[in-house]
Design a protein around this ligand. Sequence first.
Ligand SMILES: O=C(CO)[C@H](O)[C@H](O)COP(=O)(O)O
Ligand SMILES: [Fe+2]
Length: 230
Amino acid sequence: MQPIPSRPRLVASILPADFARLGEECRALQDAGIDRIQWDVMDGAFVPNLTVGPDVIASVRRVVDVEFEAHLMVQRPEPLLERWVEAGCEIVIVHAETCVHLHRTLARLRELGVRAGVALNPATPLSAVAHVLDLVDLVLVMTVNPGFGGQAYLSTMESKIAEAAALIGRAGRAIELEVDGGIGPDSIAGAARAGANTFCIGSALFRSRDAMSQELARLRQLATASEDAA
Ligand SMILES: O=C(CO)[C@H](O)[C@H](O)COP(=O)(O)O
Ligand SMILES: [Fe+2]
């Protein structure tokens, strides 16, 4: 089992990257000190947008060393689970709303040798994961409606983050609590105070392309101070 990191973990969403230069963009994130890269996979059905598939991820895997997570915003994730693992993702996150047999899907991810994550849309209650936590390595609370980068952070999700932190605490195992959507200097502290320990950041990070490592340090500091104060 992976230990929960004592410092906040910063993850970069790939959505705002220049897709013509994905390898270079990911190497720049690696050089800036990012902990992990999130591949936002969209199918045009579960969300009204389309992005990349496993072949693109596998190509970038060959030139980048940081951990990859796949955030699967797809209607039917089950038939393609192996593909994200083969592409080089260490973590695969499915949406609870898309898995009729969530328990079976998570067990399959474990069999495939990756860490298993479950994402919850803003409208989905935490109870959707309460009875499968024994198979979960990461809970992802969406702080925007999935489908697009650059949306405003939903601070109303902080009560759900706090609820998730309490549930995870009671589970007594190392489970990461990630937030995704609208995370930046104005929102990271609130999410951290509510109990998140992993922060997926898209637009706020790519806005400061020339000073990414400074921006990461600033965000890390804001998250750390708030976690310590919580
Ligand atoms: O899952 C996502 C959207 O569905 C993205 O990961 C998320 O929105 C990150 O981008 P930003 O920080 O710009 O909101
Ligand atoms: Fe995402």
